[in-house]
Design a protein around this ligand. Structure first.
Ligand code: FRU
Length: 479
């Protein structure tokens, strides 16, 4: 039996009820992916933060577990990470191994870093008696510790947000921390406070070189307005991050409105870098009209590093486990669309994925729409071949809850290209688009009009565009 509420995602994680924001403590351990999350169990609005908890074996079928961390005398439990302490560097595990959570204790305006440990695969947690392990150094926004084990220096490394910068600390045992450096003054997008940093190495597929990727959330001034996630590529020696890009250049991990506070899983087998983000935006997160829960997570996606047109960039696609949700493999279709000849198809049962190749032909723009019904034009995605942009538009119904919901959002595509492979994944209240060989991702909430059936409509502007390998696959619901 699946969730039946209107707008309830069927392949995206949501809490059963009440408020959720950032993913926290993503870690793979003993056959389970752990997803902790910022949770307010008593309200559909943000409030005293707890860590909610769920586990999954396949990244799609999640099992809800009891709340992992509660607020205490040191404050609320804000975002953070979890590591496997394989060698008992903490001494918490009697020479064995276990999980350690590193998080921010927020007491009014006072933010400090603390730890907790679990000896039973995350089912129960003990907060460390010596908390906080990092006191506040006089910085108001001082939070969201992401910890990794840095092989080369054989130390734990923490990156955390500090105002509009990040700071690095190192530790031998997760208890004693030493400040080593900071990064960010004058770099990247700076319109908002920096939050929820992540850091991980990736090997460039083309050059074989190892680089470090530093994604950072920004709470205002994102690519579609409001919250956004930028990233830097550079070198990291365990102490200092050295970016390799022009100072003002901004790279976005996602160009949509609803991809924030992304974090990657620690210890994924095969060294895969799998990322999940909160699928909302602080501009309206507290108002999105869903009930009895509020907010979902993005699909898990795998990140890789490559070089395109002499520029190093992160590329991404949904994790391959999504493939096991396909109910069938429908035959592919080929057709042309133009100004007067729209192609209209019956939309399958949600969730589903559309895959297609679009060639510009003589057209200037290609446009597709999903969740089209009655007067509702649905969610639009288009490629403007003359401007080299992918654009999306949402609105119509349910937009009254916030003036920031409705809008057109766009992403730059590689210059001068005339054909694109598009992957469009639709759940009951979201549309995620991947294109330009994974260079561009756009994640957006979409609240469709209530209808018995919907249509998918495709057309072209200024001429004829050609669509090939068009396939729509139903995906089996996971809840
Ligand atoms: C990001 C954030 C974090 C903070 C958490 C509080 O969305 O503001 O910086 O730790 O949410 O819930």
């Amino acid at each position: 039996s699946y969730y039946q509420e209107r707008f309830r995602p069927h392949i995206h994680f949501t809490p059963e009820k009440m408020w959720m924001n950032d993913p926290n403590g993503l870690v793979y351990y003993k056959g389970e992916y752990h997803l902790f999350y910022q949770y307010h169990p008593d309200s559909k609005k943000w409030g005293p933060m707890h860590w909610g908890h769920a586990v999954s074996k396949d990244l799609f079928t999640w099992e809800h577990l009891p709340i992992a961390l509660y607020p205490d005398e040191l404050g609320m439990v804000f975002s953070g990470s979890v590591v496997v302490d394989w060698n008992d560097t903490t001494g918490f595990f009697d020479g064995k191994e276990g999980l350690v959570a590193i998080f921010t204790h927020a007491d009014g305006d006072l933010q400090r870093q603390s730890i907790a440990y679990s000896k039973d695969q995350g089912r129960s947690w003990e907060k460390y008696a010596g908390n906080p392990v990092i006191k506040n150094p006089g910085i108001q926004d001082f939070r969201d510790p992401k910890v990794i084990w840095h092989e080369e220096t054989a130390k734990w490394v923490m990156v955390l947000a500090a105002g509009r910068k990040v700071q690095f600390y190192t530790s031998p045992d997760l208890k004693q921390w030493t400040f080593v450096s900071e990064f960010g003054e004058g770099w990247g997008a700076r319109e908002g406070v920096w939050e929820c940093p992540d850091i991980f190495p990736l090997i460039n597929e083309k050059t074989g070189e190892k680089k470090w990727v530093l994604p950072i959330g920004i709470d205002a001034g994102g690519p579609a307005g409001g919250s956004g996630t930028q990233y830097f590529i550079g070198a990291f020696d365990g102490n200092t991050f050295t970016p390799e890009q022009p100072k003002q250049e901004v790279r976005w991990l996602d160009y949509g409105k609803d991809f924030y506070a992304s974090q990657s899983f620690s210890d994924v087998p095969g060294g895969r870098r799998v990322v999940i983000a909160w699928m909302s935006n602080w501009q309206y997160a507290n108002e999105v009209p869903t009930d009895p829960w509020r907010s979902g997570m993005s699909l898990p996606r795998e990140l890789k590093l490559t070089t395109v047109d002499c520029e190093e960039c992160v590329i991404q696609k949904p994790v391959h486990e999504l493939g096991s949700l396909r109910n069938s493999r429908p035959a592919s279709e080929t057709f042309s669309v133009n100004n007067t000849d729209k192609v209209t198809k019956r939309q399958p049962v949600v969730p589903f994925v559309i895959e297609m190749k679009v060639e510009a032909g003589s057209s200037q723009r290609f446009e597709g729409r999903v969740f089209v019904t009655g007067d509702d034009p649905g969610f639009l995605f288009g490629i403007d071949f003359s401007k080299d942009v992918l654009y999306v538009r949402r609105g119509y119904t349910e937009e009254g809850f916030s003036k920031h919901y409705k809008g057109t959002f766009e992403a730059p595509l590689r210059k001068g290209r005339s054909d694109y492979q598009l992957t469009v994944i639709c759940d009951h209240s979201s549309v995620e688009i991947f294109t330009d060989d994974g260079k561009v991702a756009l994640t957006n909430l979409h609240l469709p009009s209530e209808a018995i059936s919907y249509e998918i409509v495709m057309e072209a502007i200024g001429g004829t565009a050609d669509v090939s390998d068009y396939r729509v696959s139903e995906l089996s619901p996971r809840w």
